[in-house]
Write a protein that binds this ligand. Structure first.
Ligand code: NIG
Ligand code: FE
Length: 411
C-alpha cells in the first residue's frame, strides 16, 4: 500500500538523520520543507522532498494537501488512559472550595478510581478505554504511554496492564506500558504503607515482569504518597526485572525525587511543577527527560512547570497530557501544545519538538517515531488549511487536525 501526500504547504519536523532528543537552543529549530511531498509505503515513511523533485510515482492513494501542514503525530509519553468511570463529582467539589489533597484524604482521588476499577470487568474496562483511545487518535496521537496505578491489588494492576497492552495490539497506535502500583496506599493498607510496598515488591513486580506486562516502572513520589526512600526501594527492586523508571516527582513538593530518578537512570521525570536550581543542575548531563504536563496544571490550577527555564538551562523538555480521571480528564495534545506556548512561554517550534521527538524519547521510541525520517513509522497528521504551523497553538481550542495516519493506516 502506497500513499502519496503532495502539494504540502509545510512538511514539519523533517530530520534526514534520526536524532535522540532536542535540547536547549536547538529546540527553537523545527526543520521544514515548504511545498513538499511525502510517500508512505505500508507502515513506513519511504521518501519525501520538495514538489520540484517529485517524479512519477504509482500510488494507491494520492492526497492533495494544498494549504495544509503535515507533521509527525503526537507522542504522548505520560497517560493513565485506562481507568473506570470518572470523578466528575470531585471536580465540582473542587469548584466549591475543596482542595485536591482534601478530596484524597476523604476517600476520593486515586482510591476512589481504584474502587471503581476493581469493580469493573476487564471487558468493560477495555471498552471504556477504547472510546478514549479513539478520541486521542483522531486528535493526532500516534504513540502513547499508558500506566497502571488505579488497581492497587495484584489482580487489578495486571488487569489494567493487560487492557493497555491489548489496545496496542488492536489499534494502529503504538502503546508502551508502565507499572505504577505505587500510585497511592490502598485503604486495606491504611497505616501500613510498608506492607503495601512489600506486596508491590514480592508479588506485583515478579508477576508483571514474568507476564511481560510493562516496560517501565513509576512511583508517585510525593508527600502523603511515597517518600524518596520508598521510591528508591521500589526502583531498586524493579531494576532486577529490567523495568526502567519513569517517575511522578515534584508535583507539589520538592523531595529529592529528581536526583533519585537520575541516579536510577530514569528515562523521564514527570510533572516538575515545583523545581529548584539544584534539580535543574541534577538534570544537566543526565539522560533523563524532564516531562511537563500543562493540562494538569490548567485543570488543578497549580503552577506550570518552568519549561522556559529548563530549556534556557540547555535541557530538553517533553510535553504530555497526563490523561487521567482526577487531575487531567483530557488527552488532547493540541491543547497541551497550545498551553505550553501560552502559559509556559515555549515557542511553537519548541512545543512541537517537545510533543513529537522528545515525547518519543520519553517512551523509548525515538528511533521509530517523532520525526519525518525515511524508515520511521508512517505516523503523520494533516491539518486543515491553515496559514502556517504557528496556527496550531495560536488557535487553541480549535481542532485543526483533519487526517491522521498511524503506522500507515488512516484512522
Ligand atoms: O499524574 N499525580 C499523580 N497521579 C495522577 C493523578 C492521579 C489522580 O488524581 O487520579 C497525575 O496527576
Ligand atoms: Fe500522571
Amino acid at each position: 500500500m502506497k500513499i502519496l501526500i503532495k502539494n504540502i504547504q509545510q512538511l514539519l519536523q523533517v530530520r534526514e538523520e534520526s536524532v535522540t532528543w532536542i535540547a536547549g537552543k536547538d529546540m527553537k529549530q523545527l526543520p521544514a520543507i515548504d511545498n513538499a511531498w511525502l510517500l508512505i509505503e505500508n507502515d513506513l515513511i519511504s521518501d519525501f522532498g520538495s514538489m520540484d523533485s517529485l517524479l512519477e510515482i504509482e500510488a494507491d492513494e494520492v492526497i492533495d494537501a494544498t494549504g495544509k501542514v503535515v507533521l509527525p503525530t503526537w507522542c504522548d509519553s505520560h497517560t493513565h488512559l485506562v481507568y473506570a468511570g470518572n470523578r466528575e463529582q470531585e471536580f465540582v467539589n473542587r469548584i466549591n472550595g475543596m482542595s485536591y489533597h482534601e478530596i484524597a484524604e476523604n476517600g476520593g482521588g486515586i482510591i476512589n478510581s481504584a474502587k471503581k476499577l476493581q469493580a469493573t470487568t476487564e471487558e468493560d474496562l477495555y471498552n471504556q478505554s477504547i472510546d478514549r483511545l479513539k478520541e486521542v487518535m483522531q486528535m493526532g496521537t500516534g504513540a502513547i504511554e499508558i500506566k497502571s496505578g488505579y488497581g492497587l491489588t495484584p489482580e487489578a494492576e495486571m488487569k489494567m496492564l493487560r487492557v493497555a497492552k491489548k489496545l496496542g495490539e488492536d489499534f494502529p497506535v503504538t502503546v508502551k506500558t508502565t507499572f505504577l502500583g505505587a500510585h497511592a496506599v490502598p485503604t486495606e493498607f491504611k497505616g501500613n504503607k510498608a506492607g503495601y510496598i512489600d506486596l508491590i515488591v514480592n508479588e506485583m513486580l515478579p508477576k508483571i515482569a514474568s507476564e511481560k506486562l510493562a516496560t517501565y516502572v513509576d512511583v508517585f513520589c510525593e508527600e502523603g504518597y511515597f517518600s524518596v526512600a520508598d521510591t528508591e526501594r521500589i526502583l531498586s527492586e524493579a531494576k532486577k526485572y529490567n523495568l526502567i523508571p519513569k517517575i511522578h516527582v515534584n508535583q507539589f513538593t520538592i523531595l529529592g525525587g529528581i536526583a533519585l530518578g537520575v541516579k536510577y537512570d530514569a528515562l523521564s521525570v514527570d510533572h516538575l511543577e515545583v523545581l529548584d536550581q539544584n534539580d535543574i543542575e541534577t538534570l544537566q548531563g543526565s539522560k533523563t527527560m524532564p516531562v511537563a504536563l500543562p493540562s494538569c496544571s490548567y485543570f488543578l490550577s497549580i503552577p506550570y512547570t518552568p519549561g522556559r527555564e529548563l530549556i534556557d538551562a540547555g535541557l530538553p523538555l517533553a510535553l504530555a497530557t497526563d490523561y487521567n480521571p482526577g487531575s487531567t480528564p483530557s488527552g488532547n495534545m493540541n491543547f497541551v501544545v497550545a498551553t505550553a506556548c501560552i502559559k509556559m512561554k515555549l515557542t511553537p517550534e519548541e512545543a512541537i519538538n517537545a510533543a513529537t521527538l522528545n515525547g518519543a524519547y520519553a517512551m523509548g521510541l525515538e528511533k521509530t517515531h517523532g520525526s519525518i525520517t525515511r524508515g520511521k513509522k508512517a505516523s503523520v497528521m494533516i491539518t486543515k488549511e491553515i496559514p502556517s504551523y504557528g496556527y496550531i497553538p495560536y488557535s487553541f481550542g480549535s481542532n485543526l487536525i483533519e487526517t491522521v495516519i498511524i503506522n500507515g493506516e488512516k484512522v
